[in-house]
Design a protein around this ligand. Structure first.
Ligand SMILES: [Zn+2]
Length: 74
């Protein structure tokens, strides 16, 4: 059984498919790590910020020669 430590509270978490929050021990710890725990308005603000960032990344990606960039190699 693979176990990881929850990044937020260091509780040992079993790395199983049933754990939808992994590597966090709970949804609460996941939200704390994302910094979206303080209030509902904070969550909404975080969502719109995420969309803005995604839009910026999309814009940025268009300038990159996708296939030949070392960044995309694994
Ligand atoms: Zn935790």
């Amino acid at each position: 059984m693979v176990k990881v430590n929850c990044p937020t509270c260091q509780t040992q978490v079993e790395w199983i498919a049933e754990n939808k929050c992994k590597p966090f021990c709970s949804d609460r710890c996941r939200l704390i790590d994302l910094g979206e725990w303080a209030s509902e308005s904070r969550v909404i603000k975080g969502e719109s910020l995420k969309q803005e960032m995604t839009a910026q990344i999309d814009e940025f990606s268009e300038d990159l020669p996708a296939a030949d960039e070392p960044f995309f190699r694994h």
